[in-house]
Design a binder for this molecule. Sequence first.
Ligand SMILES: [Fe+2]
Length: 190
Amino acid sequence: MFFSEKTGMKATQQLKDEHEGIRVMLGILEKVSNRFETTGTVEKEHFDRIIEFLTIFVDKCHNAKEEELLFPAMLAASTQAKAPVEALLDEHKAGRGYIGEMCRAYTSYLEGNGPLSGNIAENARGYISLLREHIGKENDVLLEVADKLLSAEKQDELNGGFEKIEEVRIGRGKHEEFHGLLKELSGIYS
Ligand SMILES: [Fe+2]
């Protein structure tokens, strides 16, 4: 599960668990943007928290663990990691692009510019399909390769670094708050 007990767990397993949480949020975002298309409205409180999850948890925390710690460790272990890592970095960048556009359209919607806000759903859809494919690649290829390349000591070292990123980027207790959010919104948008 998303927040399984981290003690004794491989760093790569922690990333896989986070991918499951992200997949749940992608399903919620899909439902929210479908509703937006049919009704022309979005629940502000929900959408604000979805954006917070995507920008803080996914980008500032999860992607940072990969970009700042996992990818460099893999590159140091094998030159063969270079091409897949570069491709995945490009996808992180593309994801940021969709979220940036989606937020701009959302601001425009909040300012009352209804017709311009169609971009919310369009960018949400682009992000969802990009991320679903991206997570598939990371789980099935990258993290499998990482398990072969990285020693148990290195995995432990990564775990320590992941913990620091969490503390500094999102703060204590926030992880649990995001877990609660997934549960709450899954119940609403089922
Ligand atoms: Fe990832």
